[in-house]
Design a protein. Structure first.
Length: 132
Protein backbone atom coordinates (compact mmCIF):
# COMPACT_ATOMS: atom_id res chain seq x y z
CA UNK A 1 0.00 0.00 0.00
CA UNK A 2 1.34 3.39 -0.95
CA UNK A 3 1.21 6.37 1.34
CA UNK A 4 1.80 9.74 -0.27
CA UNK A 5 4.27 11.83 1.67
CA UNK A 6 3.23 15.04 3.40
CA UNK A 7 4.74 17.26 0.69
CA UNK A 8 2.64 15.58 -2.01
CA UNK A 9 -0.50 15.99 0.07
CA UNK A 10 0.38 19.62 0.72
CA UNK A 11 0.77 20.27 -3.03
CA UNK A 12 -2.62 18.73 -3.80
CA UNK A 13 -4.26 20.68 -0.92
CA UNK A 14 -2.75 23.99 -2.06
CA UNK A 15 -3.89 23.36 -5.62
CA UNK A 16 -7.40 22.55 -4.36
CA UNK A 17 -7.70 25.61 -2.13
CA UNK A 18 -6.06 28.04 -4.53
CA UNK A 19 -7.91 27.06 -7.70
CA UNK A 20 -11.17 25.39 -6.75
CA UNK A 21 -12.34 26.57 -3.35
CA UNK A 22 -12.78 30.30 -4.22
CA UNK A 23 -15.25 29.45 -6.97
CA UNK A 24 -17.47 27.67 -4.45
CA UNK A 25 -17.77 30.69 -2.16
CA UNK A 26 -20.66 33.12 -2.42
CA UNK A 27 -18.62 36.24 -3.17
CA UNK A 28 -18.69 37.82 -6.59
CA UNK A 29 -16.03 36.55 -8.94
CA UNK A 30 -12.89 38.61 -9.56
CA UNK A 31 -11.60 38.51 -13.12
CA UNK A 32 -9.26 40.39 -15.39
CA UNK A 33 -10.65 42.94 -17.83
CA UNK A 34 -9.09 44.19 -21.04
CA UNK A 35 -10.86 46.00 -23.83
CA UNK A 36 -10.95 44.53 -27.34
CA UNK A 37 -7.52 45.04 -28.86
CA UNK A 38 -5.11 43.59 -31.37
CA UNK A 39 -3.12 40.64 -30.02
CA UNK A 40 0.26 42.13 -30.99
CA UNK A 41 -0.26 45.04 -28.60
CA UNK A 42 0.66 44.92 -24.94
CA UNK A 43 -2.23 43.76 -22.83
CA UNK A 44 -3.01 45.88 -19.79
CA UNK A 45 -5.09 43.71 -17.48
CA UNK A 46 -7.35 45.41 -14.93
CA UNK A 47 -8.91 43.54 -12.02
CA UNK A 48 -12.69 43.75 -12.02
CA UNK A 49 -15.45 42.27 -9.90
CA UNK A 50 -18.17 40.54 -11.88
CA UNK A 51 -21.84 41.09 -11.14
CA UNK A 52 -23.59 38.15 -9.45
CA UNK A 53 -24.14 35.14 -11.72
CA UNK A 54 -21.46 36.15 -14.24
CA UNK A 55 -18.27 34.30 -15.16
CA UNK A 56 -14.83 35.37 -16.33
CA UNK A 57 -14.27 35.17 -20.07
CA UNK A 58 -11.52 35.36 -22.62
CA UNK A 59 -12.42 36.33 -26.16
CA UNK A 60 -10.54 35.49 -29.32
CA UNK A 61 -11.22 37.44 -32.51
CA UNK A 62 -10.44 35.65 -35.76
CA UNK A 63 -10.23 36.93 -39.30
CA UNK A 64 -10.11 33.88 -41.54
CA UNK A 65 -7.49 31.54 -40.10
CA UNK A 66 -5.72 34.27 -38.15
CA UNK A 67 -6.25 35.08 -34.48
CA UNK A 68 -6.11 38.88 -34.38
CA UNK A 69 -8.10 40.26 -31.42
CA UNK A 70 -8.39 39.47 -27.74
CA UNK A 71 -10.45 40.69 -24.79
CA UNK A 72 -11.21 39.67 -21.21
CA UNK A 73 -13.96 40.43 -18.73
CA UNK A 74 -17.21 39.15 -17.25
CA UNK A 75 -20.29 37.78 -18.99
CA UNK A 76 -23.47 35.84 -18.31
CA UNK A 77 -23.00 32.07 -18.43
CA UNK A 78 -25.57 31.75 -21.23
CA UNK A 79 -23.37 33.86 -23.52
CA UNK A 80 -20.29 31.69 -22.99
CA UNK A 81 -18.97 29.36 -25.71
CA UNK A 82 -20.69 31.37 -28.42
CA UNK A 83 -19.35 32.99 -31.57
CA UNK A 84 -20.48 36.48 -32.61
CA UNK A 85 -19.57 38.79 -35.46
CA UNK A 86 -17.88 42.00 -34.35
CA UNK A 87 -16.89 44.99 -36.44
CA UNK A 88 -13.62 46.50 -35.21
CA UNK A 89 -11.89 49.31 -37.12
CA UNK A 90 -14.00 48.56 -40.18
CA UNK A 91 -13.27 44.82 -40.33
CA UNK A 92 -15.67 42.03 -39.34
CA UNK A 93 -14.17 39.43 -36.97
CA UNK A 94 -15.59 36.24 -35.50
CA UNK A 95 -15.32 36.56 -31.72
CA UNK A 96 -15.42 33.36 -29.67
CA UNK A 97 -15.83 33.44 -25.88
CA UNK A 98 -14.46 30.90 -23.39
CA UNK A 99 -15.61 31.19 -19.77
CA UNK A 100 -14.26 29.93 -16.46
CA UNK A 101 -15.56 30.16 -12.91
CA UNK A 102 -12.69 30.72 -10.47
CA UNK A 103 -10.94 33.98 -9.54
CA UNK A 104 -8.57 35.40 -12.16
CA UNK A 105 -8.95 32.33 -14.37
CA UNK A 106 -8.87 34.46 -17.53
CA UNK A 107 -5.32 35.69 -16.93
CA UNK A 108 -3.28 33.38 -19.17
CA UNK A 109 -3.70 32.16 -22.72
CA UNK A 110 -5.26 28.74 -22.94
CA UNK A 111 -6.71 28.53 -19.42
CA UNK A 112 -10.02 26.71 -19.61
CA UNK A 113 -11.83 24.28 -17.32
CA UNK A 114 -10.45 21.45 -19.47
CA UNK A 115 -6.87 22.59 -18.90
CA UNK A 116 -7.53 22.83 -15.15
CA UNK A 117 -8.88 19.28 -15.04
CA UNK A 118 -5.85 18.13 -17.04
CA UNK A 119 -3.48 19.85 -14.57
CA UNK A 120 -5.23 18.36 -11.52
CA UNK A 121 -5.13 14.92 -13.15
CA UNK A 122 -1.40 15.26 -13.84
CA UNK A 123 -0.73 16.23 -10.22
CA UNK A 124 -2.68 13.24 -8.92
CA UNK A 125 -0.99 10.85 -11.37
CA UNK A 126 2.45 12.21 -10.40
CA UNK A 127 1.66 11.74 -6.71
CA UNK A 128 0.50 8.19 -7.33
CA UNK A 129 3.47 7.35 -9.60
CA UNK A 130 5.93 8.42 -6.95
CA UNK A 131 4.46 5.71 -4.71
CA UNK A 132 5.47 2.94 -7.11
Amino acid sequence: MCRPNMLQLLHVAVLWFYLLLPSMLCDNLHCYYSYIQEKEGTVELIVTECPPDELCFKANGRYGNHSILSARGCMAEGDCSQVHSLTFKGTVYKMSYDCCDWPYCNSCPGVTPKSLYFTVTLVIVAAMASCL
